[in-house]
Design a protein around this ligand. Sequence first.
Ligand code: PAF
Length: 285
Amino acid sequence: MTDVVRTVAALRRAVASLRDNGQSIAFVPTMGNLHRGHLRLMDQALQAADVCIASIYVNPMQFNQQADLAAYPRTPKADLEKLQQAGVQLLFMPDDQTMYPHGQHQQTFVEVPNLGEILEGEHRPGHFRGVATVVNRLFNLVQPDIAVFGKKDYQQLMLVRKMVADLAMPVTILAGETERETDGLAMSSRNARLSPQQRRIASRLHEALVEIKNLVAKSSENLQKSIEKTIKELEEAGFAVEYLSLRRRSDLLPPEPGDRQLVVLAAAVLGDVRLIDNLETEKLS
Ligand code: PAF
């Protein structure tokens, strides 16, 4: 049985009772419309702690476009069924008034410098302030031992890790692998908004990442030229590419000679659906 709580008081009572029973807590924050990718994070949480608490809150502060916020799919009934099946013990489902009692513009916020301003941060101004602020508030409410974030949102995962380290928050962050459709498209709630034709094209974004990953592994020369060519091919296929960029994993800055642990990240729009994806890659020589 998944218990659903909607208020701060009810959540605090439920968490206190778990703590009284000596149970450790792993937390998976989500915006709902749950798919296999989310459920994998829940599984990981359940393996790492006695109890998994999930949250569903479509956080207006992290949307830089009202249309995107309005179009975000909301499927609470189906979500609850999936959480029951996954064995999640508690679901926190607050409304805006509960999360931002004085309104989002009066809310004290958290901003992560540098990491929050590049790539996604550059293309979605204010996005990471919204993410860091809501995750901070959720952590203070749930007080988990562990929290699980998917690698699909690679920069978000790193941003949360940095926030937790900088603010000495007593929570361990675990990374969950990206779940993919059979053609490689990373699972995302936004995929449902793709037309059948766009859906056929969408997997090319993953193919592009694989291509760059392989070139990096082979220590291919002229990587930047290959990346530019791949961007052009994506544009020809119908994507508006916001970025396709090879970065070092440690801080997501462009790699220096000698950096080996890399990640290639992309954001591209198909029609009015914005897709992001990434692949970790390693330079061997
Ligand atoms: O990844 C998400 O779904 C959201 O950014 C999160 C972490 C739940 C914060 O609103």
